[in-house]
Design a protein around this ligand. Structure first.
Ligand code: FES
Length: 106
């Protein structure tokens, strides 16, 4: 039965306070490991066409865009630093037996 969860990688591939990019249905998604807790957001900045997996995790909860240094809260997707104003879409994730599963939100 298809319950909507897609296996997107190994937890071991996503270092703590780092980002990991995967492509789902042609769209870039960013996976984060914040102190062992996994999150996922759209991988493209809402301000421009920047790959957030090339950005930096700051304060253990924000992703800083590599292009204009706008920031988003990884846990909620909320835009928290200019010039970003539009939130990132977040996707549910779970970890089972060391594998990361994601249920894409459209
Ligand atoms: Fe991300 Fe401008 S493209 S802050």
């Amino acid at each position: 039965m298809d319950d909507g969860w897609i296996k997107v990688g190994n937890l071991a591939d996503v270092e703590e306070d780092d980002t990991h990019s995967v492509e789902i249905d042609g769209k870039r998604v960013c996976i984060y490991n914040l102190g062992g807790e996994v999150f996922a957001t759209d991988g493209t900045c809402t301000h421009g066409d920047a790959d957030l997996s090339l950005g930096m995790v700051v304060d253990s909860c924000l992703i800083e865009c590599p292009l204009h240094e706008g920031t988003f809260d990884i846990r909620s997707g909320r835009a928290v630093g200019a010039p970003c104003t539009e939130a990132l879409r977040c996707h549910p994730v779970k970890v089972e037996q060391g594998f990361i599963f994601l249920r894409p939100v459209s």
